[in-house]
Design a protein around this ligand. Sequence first.
Ligand code: C5P
Length: 317
Amino acid sequence: MRSYSLIAPAKINLYLEILGDRPDGYHELAMILQSIELADEIEVRAIGTDTILIHCDHPQVPSDSSNLAYRAVELMAKEFPDVFAKFGGVEITIKKHIPVAAGLAGGSANAAAVLVAVDMMWQLGLTQPELQDLAAQLGSDVPFCLAGGTALATGRGEQLNALSALDSLYVVLAKDRNLMISTPWAYKAYRSEFGHTYVRDTQSLESRAHRVHSGPMVNAIRHKDGSQIGRLLHNDLEKVVLPTTPQVAQLREAFQSSGALGTMMSGSGPTVFALCESEAHAQQVQQKVRGMIANPNVDFWVTRFSNRGIQVVSSVS
Ligand code: C5P
């Protein structure tokens, strides 16, 4: 039976600005997303029956349709019923390295990997835009996880503009393993506190997104200026998460005084990251922050920027 092994990298948000409401209930965003080398390992195998099986070594990852990887197969089966009938179901094994519910798009990355694997397994030959379209139906971050690298993301986060590759910086990640933040909660809290500042007309939305595209962060990325990127990190969701989640605020403060190039919460949190110019610098920052944080539940990772999205490592017939 055919099987594929894939690498599904996590992402961090170098920039996240909430521009306004959308008619579909989501928010209009202007984000700059960056892949990192911290990645899950995914294996997708053809099975003779019409079932979808998910195994994961992490106890918090569900094996039913609440798992986005499961929904990726369901979506493919719905879109291509005849091919699904011909090839049958799949068994997915996820080796988790990306922390769960952390603001690092781990679930979205897994779903993106499954789309790539099923496309190959069912010999669909989908184009990149077709895969991106399916990815957008699964979640706002899935298209970026598929493509990877460095990108400006607008709309719900699914409209991507690739930016010049940036793979020289290192990242320290820190997360309290007992802490989870609901993404819908974070956006809802932001709307109730800052909804009055939202841009309401389409033209202003476009000009705000354009301002980010031609703004200082994109310029710093173009010049691979790590210090400037560190200074310009931004995430609107910090405005609702930091005041309500002291563990995140403490990590932010510790990283702030650690000598890193810059620090920010990723997505809706609770992971906090810091940018560093080399691996040695990242190890130093990690040691410093470990020493400052009394909380024994904080896990740390040192990784680096990556310029790749989903990667197929091997395929066996
Ligand atoms: O698209 P995804 O399922 O990842 O989004 C999770 C939740 O985050 C949504 O249900 C919504 O509450 C919020 N969200 C939003 N605007 C976006 C992206 C996400 O309000 N552009």
